[in-house]
Design a protein around this ligand. Structure first.
Ligand SMILES: [Zn+2]
Length: 504
């Protein structure tokens, strides 16, 4: 986020069913967007009872990427449970839990409607122009059966012709999903969408599909987007997905990252002004880079997700703060922003962090854990901070420290690759706070206690010391925090600054 079946369904025969005929517990959803004018999405869910007397169905309370309880179940209306012949008794156990009596029946068919009337990247909206569906706000799951595979078919509104999503398509408007985590991770955009020219990086297809895009230079935009992906891949040295879709969801604020896609508020209008063009590309780089940092390189607490209560972690300063830091570096190394733009971006974060009392009350780790109650950017500048501001600044100081201690042989890029290879690829899990510190210190070949004090305490940041490692002067005396290259840098400072900026 940045400042956003068959098997069991023997009673229905669709072409896609054959694909899943061998998978006994597959759940099937039929989604109807036919009544777009009413904002009502009709959902039919088919699943097997496996002989149980009752079944518990739940709707997530939040969506990964937007760390706030959203109470999505409030938008579920007209709930009905039945089998192929009769209605089944059911009751609500709490706000997001339905218990259905399934004694003596093999299959359950749930019908319910979802009200999609909120224009926000973490909610769902549908009218006759388009639909943007947040899956966590749309699909019920069987309690404790998140790993169940899903087949999804979508009936569109009669005048629409395109569906865009990160899901694997097996037939027109039909998708297969290995489990509910993946289903909840793939937003759905439908309508008369426009697809911009696609591009490949290392043979992997990247698409940009948008709703209501204005006039802008599409060729130059796609060139920039390709550079952003190439620069990111050059940092991580691997592409973990088979295809990637940038979804432009129209006017609004914010975006949400996913494994094979990102949902981005976007009209293209922003690209017609030089300042907002850089801001938009930076935002897209942020959501894209999250495919590595948080979707795959992740705190151990962010998976399996607790869809009921939220997944609390002290480490969003890494998942979000470092992603802000990397969006700047990616744009600089891709040649989209200047050295001065990069310095000004960092300076903007420092100014935002330094100007409020909250810096003396809440640490980065606390801001991460308490986001569930404080809101994504902190709710009281006198008591809270934003990890979107302090996070990238501490990331820069960490990066320069690692470069300094290793004679510029290692950097935060190496930390990212180690986390990716060791925890995502080898161990297939997230990292603990201790493991993160250990990887940073091993990479630096040095203890980094002072820097981790900046994470766990409200200790004032020694900007000059760390910025100087990278050949940068920062004006802390007049609190302007203006940043510029050191006048007479030593050889190591010069080398660090040059490689950090990606200048030849
Ligand atoms: Zn983010």
């Amino acid at each position: 986020m940045r400042k956003y079946i068959l098997s069991i369904c023997l009673f229905l025969l669709l072409s896609s069913h054959a694909v899943f005929a061998q998978q006994k517990d597959t759940v099937r959803f039929d989604l109807s967007l036919a009544d777009a004018a009413t904002h009502i999405v009709h959902v039919t869910m088919y699943c097997s009872t496996n002989g149980s007397d009752s079944m518990i169905f739940k709707m997530p309370q939040w969506t990964p990427g937007y760390y706030q309880i959203m109470n999505y179940a409030n938008n579920v209306i007209n709930f009905h449970a039945g089998d192929s012949k009769d209605s089944l008794a059911w009751r609500k156990a709490n706000i997001n839990t339905w218990i259905v009596q399934t004694k003596n029946t093999k299959n359950v068919i749930l019908n319910y409607d979802v009200v999609a009337d909120s224009v926000f990247v973490a909610n769902s909206f549908m009218d006759t122009s388009h639909a943007y569906l947040t899956p966590a706000a749309t699909f019920l799951y069987i309690d404790k059966k998140i790993q169940t595979p899903v087949v999804l078919s979508i009936e569109q509104y009669k005048y629409w012709h395109r569906i865009a999503t990160g899901l694997d398509s097996v037939a027109p408007a039909t998708f297969t999903v290995p489990d509910f985590d993946m289903l909840f991770d793939c937003p759905i955009l439908a309508g008369n969408l426009e697809e911009l020219p696609s591009f490949s990086v290392n043979g992997i297809l990247h698409r940009f599909i948008g709703y209501k895009m204005n006039n802008f230079d599409r060729v130059s935009f796609i060139n920039d987007l390709k550079k952003i992906v190439e620069t990111s891949v050059n940092i991580m040295k691997d592409i973990p997905y088979k295809h990637y879709a940038f979804l432009g969801i129209g006017p609004g604020n914010g975006g949400i990252e996913h494994l094979t896609s990102s949902a981005n508020s976007f009209t293209g209008e922003e690209l017609n002004n030089e300042r907002t063009r850089k801001g938009t590309l930076s935002f897209l780089a942020h959501e894209y880079f999250h495919n590595y940092n948080v979707k795959r390189i992740r705190p151990v607490e962010l998976g399996p997700f607790d869809y009921d209560n939220g997944s609390k972690t002290n480490q969003l300063w890494i998942s979000e703060g470092w992603t802000v830091y990397y969006e700047y570096l990616i744009l600089k190394r891709a040649g989209i922003i200047s050295d001065t733009d990069l310095y000004n971006n960092i300076r903007g974060n420092i100014l935002a962090y330094e100007k409020h009392e909250g810096k003396d009350h809440q640490s980065l780790a606390q801001a991460s854990a308490e986001t569930w109650s404080d809101g994504p950017f902190g709710n009281d500048p006198n008591k809270t901070i934003s990890y979107y501001d302090k996070g990238p600044v501490v990331a820069l100081m960490l990066d320069f420290a690692i470069r300094h201690y290793t004679n510029n042989k290692q950097s935060l890029d190496d930390v990212m690759r180690k986390l990716y290879n060791e925890f995502y690829k080898e161990k297939n899990r997230g990292f603990t706070e201790e493991e993160l510190k250990k990887v940073c210190e091993e990479t630096a070949g040095n203890k980094l206690d002072e820097l981790f004090d900046y994470v766990y305490t409200t200790r004032p940041l020694n900007y000059s010391k760390y910025f100087n490692y990278g050949g940068l002067d920062i004006n802390t005396t007049d609190k302007s925090f203006s940043i510029q290259p050191t006048k007479n840098p030593g050889a190591l400072q010069e080398a660090i600054l040059k490689s950090w900026l990606g200048n030849k």
